[in-house]
Ligand binder design. Structure first.
Ligand code: 13P
Length: 252
C-alpha cells in the first residue's frame, strides 16, 4: 500500500545536543496531530542515530540513516554497514542522494551493490535520483532519471519494491530555493510510475511511494503533495526547524 511519507534528511547538521532537542520538539509537535496515514522519518548523522532512536521510542518518528557501505564488515576505514545500522535500531536507509553521487563518487554500479546489501539486511531503502540543470535544459531529464532507476534497481525482483521508497530530487532544486513546479514534479513522478509499470506491472508501480525533494517548504508543500503521483517529500533545510517540518508533515 502506498503511504504518504515526510522524511527529513538532516545532512551534516545537528550535533548530539541539537539532535536531542530537535527530536524532542518534533515528537511533541506530532503527538496530537492528525497524521492521515503519513509516516514521519528523520535521518540524522551516523553518530547521532542511536540517540535519535532512543528518543523516538513510542512515538511516530522513524529514524533512517543517510548512507551505508555495501559490505557487511571488513577493512573499509570510516564506513558503516547495514548490520551496524540495524544494530542501533535503524530500519531505513537513504541511498543515492545527489550529494553522495556528486561529492563521494557514488555510481549507479556502487548503488546497485548498496541496494542489494540493504535489502539482504532487511533495511527499507529511500532511493534518490534526479537530473542536473544541464540535463533539464537539454530536455534529457526523463532519460537521465530512467537510466538512474534502471541501473541501480532493475536487477531486482518485483517483491523487493515492497521495501523501496523512491525520491525524485532534481539536483537544480536542492538547497537552491528553486523548487520544481508541482506540474514538473507530477510529470516526472508519473513518468517514474510508468517506467516501473512497464518493467514490473501496475501492482508494483501503484504501490510504491514516490517522494519529491528539492526546496520543499511550508509554503509550497501542500500544492506539491496534492499532485496524484506525489506521495510526500524528502526535506533538507526545512527539516531542521521543528515548526517548518511540522507544517510540511501536516500539509497532506
Ligand atoms: P533542500 O530541501 O534543502 O532543498 O534539500 C533537499 C534534499 O536534498 C533532501 O534530501
Amino acid at each position: 500500500m502506498r503511504k504518504n511519507i515526510v522524511a527529513g534528511n538532516w545532512k551534516m547538521n545537528n550535533d548530539l545536543k541539537a539532535t536531542k532537542k530537535l527530536v524532542k520538539q518534533i515528537r511533541k509537535s506530532i503527538k496530537k496531530a492528525e497524521l492521515n496515514n503519513t509516516r514521519v522519518i528523520i535521518a540524522p548523522t551516523f553518530v547521532n542515530l542511536s540517540a535519535a532512536v532512543k528518543r523516538s521510542k513510542k512515538s511516530k518518528i522513524e529514524v533512517a540513516a543517510q548512507n551505508m557501505h555495501q559490505a557487511n564488515n571488513g577493512a573499509f576505514t570510516g564506513e558503516i554497514s547495514a548490520e551496524m545500522l540495524k544494530g542501533v535500531g535503524v530500519k531505513t536507509v537513504i541511498l543515492g542522494h545527489s550529494e553522495r553521487r556528486a561529492y563521494f563518487g557514488e555510481t549507479d554500479a556502487i548503488l546497485a551493490e548498496k541496494v542489494n546489501a540493504a535489502l539482504a539486511n532487511k533495511l527499507e531503502i529511500i532511493f534518490c535520483f534526479g537530473e542536473e540543470l544541464a540535463d533539464r535544459k537539454a530536455g534529457n531529464e526523463e532519460a537521465v532519471v530512467e537510466s538512474q532507476i534502471k541501473n541501480a534497481l532493475f536487477h531486482l525482483e518485483a517483491d523487493a519494491f515492497k521495501n523501496i521508497v523512491l525520491a525524485y530530487e532534481p539536483v537544480w532544486a536542492i538547497g537552491t530555493g528553486e523548487t520544481a513546479s508541482p506540474e514538473q514534479a507530477q510529470d516526472m513522478h508519473s513518468f517514474i510510475r510508468k517506467t516501473l509499470a512497464d518493467k514490473y506491472g501496475n501492482n508494483v508501480s501503484d504501490n510504491v511511494s514516490i517522494l519529491y525533494g528539492g526546496s520543499v517548504k511550508p509554503a509550497n508543500a501542500q500544492e506539491i503533495f496534492s499532485k496524484p503521483d506525489v506521495d510526500g517529500g524528502l526535506i533538507g533545510g526545512a527539516a531542521l526547524k521543528a515548526e517548518d517540518f511540522y507544517s510540511i508533515i501536516t500539509a497532506f
